[in-house]
Structure formats: C-alpha cells, structure tokens
Design a protein around this ligand. Structure first.
Ligand SMILES: *Cc1c(COP(=O)(O)O)cnc(C)c1O
Length: 399
C-alpha cells in the first residue's frame, strides 16, 4: 500500500544531508563550547559559523541578534514574556495578537494577563488573514508588543507581515512574528520587513527536534526566560546544542536553496488536490486559497467527524491531522477554525493535509481516489449527514 506522510506542519522527517552535517558534531566535536581546550574551541567555532550563516539567511544585520533556544514554543514564550516584563516598569502593559495564533502564543498571553497585561486578540476574518489596519487601530500609548504569526499552522494562510512591520515601525512598537511555519517556505528578510523579533524551529523544515531560535533586533530590552550560565551572551542559559544548531543551519540553508522549485511543485499538486476534493458535495476549503503555504490543504466535509476521517485515512496509508489534533483528548473544535467563523458542527469535520516536496502526482491521484470514498463511507453511517440530507429534501419541497 502507498504511504503518504501528510502531517508536515506537525513535524517533518530529517533531511539526510542535514543529518550528515550533524553527525561529526555529535561524534567528534562534542566539546562544550565554553571550554578552553581544543575540542571546546572547535565546537564554539562551529556554533558561531552556523549563527553567522543563519543570520544571513534571515536577513539579520548581525549574527549576535540570533539566540538559540529549544524550539518554537520557548522562543514564543521568551519573546512575549521577555519584552513585556522588561517594559512593564515603563507603563507598557498592552499586547496585540490574533485569535488564531499557536497555543505557544495564546497561552503565553493568558499567563501575561494574570500578571496584569491586557491583550487585544484581533479578528482573522473568513479567509484567515489579519487586516493590517486592524493592527494600526489597536495600537495604544501603552502597547508593548505586537505578535502576529507569519503563516498559520492549521490553515496555512500567510499574513501581510511586511505591512504590519511597517505599521509597527511607524508607531515605534516592537513587532514579533511566530515564523515557525513560514521559515524556509516563504522569503523572509527581517530588516526589509521591519521584523523586530522572530521565532523559528528546525523540526518543521526537515531539521532536528528540540532546537530553534529567537531573532532579537539589536537594542531591544528583554528579560531572560532561562537563568543559569553565561551562554548566548548571558541571555539564555544551558550548554549549547551545537549539533542541533548545525542541523538548524543546514535545514534552513537547504530550504532557502530549494524554496522556489519546491513551491512551484507543491502549489501545482496542492491546487489539483483541492479542486478535486471540492467536487465532494458540502465540502469547503478553510483559509485563503492564494495567500497560503504551498503544501497546506485544509478542508471541511459536512456530516462527518474529523477523528473518524483520520482513522479511516490512516487505514489507507495516509497520515493526516484534524483540526482538533493539537488538543487531542478534548472534543473542542480547533480555535483556528472557530476564529474564521466556522460553526462547531462543521469545524468538527475538518482535515489538514500538509505535504513535503516528496509529494508526487501519483500520490495526489491516490488521495483523490481514497478520500471521496472514505467521506462517502462515513456519511453513510452518520446521523448528522442523514439530518442534513433530510433538511435538503425538505428545502427542495418548499421551493
Ligand atoms: C510547531 C509550532 C510551534 C511550536 O514549535 P516547537 O518547536 O514544537 O516548540 C509554534 N508555533 C507554530 C506556528 C508552530 O507550528
């Protein structure tokens, strides 16, 4: 049976060339970068070379604006908590974000609300895109930071980051973006786009898990999140994950080098898949179809449960995710789908497929065969679907 891993927004397979670059760091240059002897010095050199190259790939002015962390969640926590706690004494107590951020941002905002900060959660409308003028209208005297994600992890919509950056610059408010889903998939230049802070993680772009970074523009004051040793210029303690950093660097470099061809390849296949699946009655695409990550397909099929859909897809060799996967255990539909205005019962029947560049035309043919069958199978035993069809018949009669 064909196997299609279609959950690359949850995590990706490590690229063989990335792994190859990491291996010597794990086996030969395993020294602690803070040590003064030779293999410590070598590890330090490797670390700083990667920092330089990553800074270049993100368009940062200086390598020492890059701070390595354990991943996207830590970077998001640090950006918001670090800035807000540093600016509180100046009377800045307001945060602007959006309703469909990752929980690493939303739950951090909740913590800060308990500490006395006020948060404005901007609407993302039906197409899943923040309006820059809403950001501008929400800015107050006491706004400490604006945090808007670059691309959404569920519906893949790409936000007008350059416009939001310009607005924040004009009003002298710090602008952070969670670029975990965007880095390596869309062009990013923190200087040109007026991004003051940016979070990313390696494992969403074929790098290893447990390593990420926070870009912090020079001059921004930020409290530490992890106290301890003097690593990362006294800002983030803990022995450096040198192999991880090398993996992050290699993964970003590979992604940047192949970005255009991957985008072209994936967009073509993605659009063919979406067009095909839209032929299923009572189906819809979630999020803007144009301003969308190349490998993201997110759709709803009325009358079925996302979870049962996933299980049937898994039986057919397709690893997908449903809108509520991140909150597995809870039956609440995804906060992202609710934020774009989907009613609960429709949001429940959602499916997210996120592809890597390995996706082929044959994979798409296979999914176009299997998914409609599975949807029909599940609808045939769904009381909800029966109700929808009865209602439909009634409406036809009434006409
Ligand atoms: C995956 C993800 C995170 C969390 O990153 P980790 O490295 O897994 O902690 C944060 N934000 C977004 C948008 C994500 O997709």
């Amino acid at each position: 049976m064909r196997y299609i891993y279609a959950d690359n927004s949850a995590t990706t397979a490590i690229s063989p060339t990335v792994l190859e670059k990491m291996m010597p760091v794990l086996t030969e240059y395993y020294g602690n970068p803070s040590s003064l002897y030779r293999i410590g010095g070598k590890a330090k050199e490797i670390l700083e070379n990667s920092r330089e190259n990553i800074a270049k790939n993100l368009g940062a002015a200086n390598a020492n604006e890059i701070y390595f962390t354990s991943g996207g969640s830590e970077s998001d926590n640090w950006a918001l908590k670090g800035v807000c706690r540093a600016l509180k004494a100046k009377g800045k107590k307001h945060i602007i974000t959006s309703k469909f951020e990752h929980h690493a941002i939303l739950h951090t905002c909740q913590t800060l609300e308990k500490e006395g900060f006020e948060v404005t959660y901007l609407d993302v409308y039906e197409n899943g895109i923040v309006h820059p003028e809403d950001v501008e209208n929400a800015i107050r005297e006491d706004t400490a930071i604006v945090s808007i994600m670059y691309a959404n992890n569920e519906i893949g919509t790409i936000q007008p980051i350059t416009e939001i950056g310009a607005i924040c610059k004009k009003h002298k408010v710090i602008f952070h973006t969670d670029a975990v889903q965007a880095a390596g998939y869309v062009k990013i230049n923190v200087q040109e786009q007026n991004i003051d802070m940016l979070s990313m993680t390696a494992h969403k772009l074929h790098g290893p898990k447990g390593i990420g970074l926070l870009y912090v523009r020079r001059g921004i004051r930020l409290e530490n999140l992890i106290d301890g040793g003097a690593q990362e210029r006294n800002k983030r303690a803990g022995t450096e994950n040198v192999a991880g950093v090398v993996g992050l660097d290699a993964a970003l470099q590979e992604a940047v080098d192949t970005m255009d061809e991957r985008r072209e390849h994936l967009e073509k296949l993605r659009d063919r898949l979406i067009d095909g699946l839209l032929k299923i009655e009572r189906s819809r695409v979630n999020g803007d179809r144009v301003h969308r990550l190349p490998g993201n397909v997110n759709m709803c099929f009325e009358g079925i449960e996302g979870e049962s859909l996933l299980l049937r897809l898994d039986m057919n060799g397709i690893s997908a995710s449903s809108g509520s996967a991140c909150t597995s255990g809870s039956l609440d539909p995804s906060h992202v789908l609710l934020a774009i205005g989907l009613p609960h019962e429709i949001a429940h029947g959602s499916m997210r497929l996120t592809f890597s560049a390995e996706l082929t035309d044959e994979d798409v043919d296979y999914m176009l065969e299997v998914i409609p069958q599975v949807v029909t199978y599940l609808r045939n035993m769904s009381p909800l679907w029966e109700k929808i069809k009865k209602q439909e018949a009634q409406e036809a009669l009434n006409k």
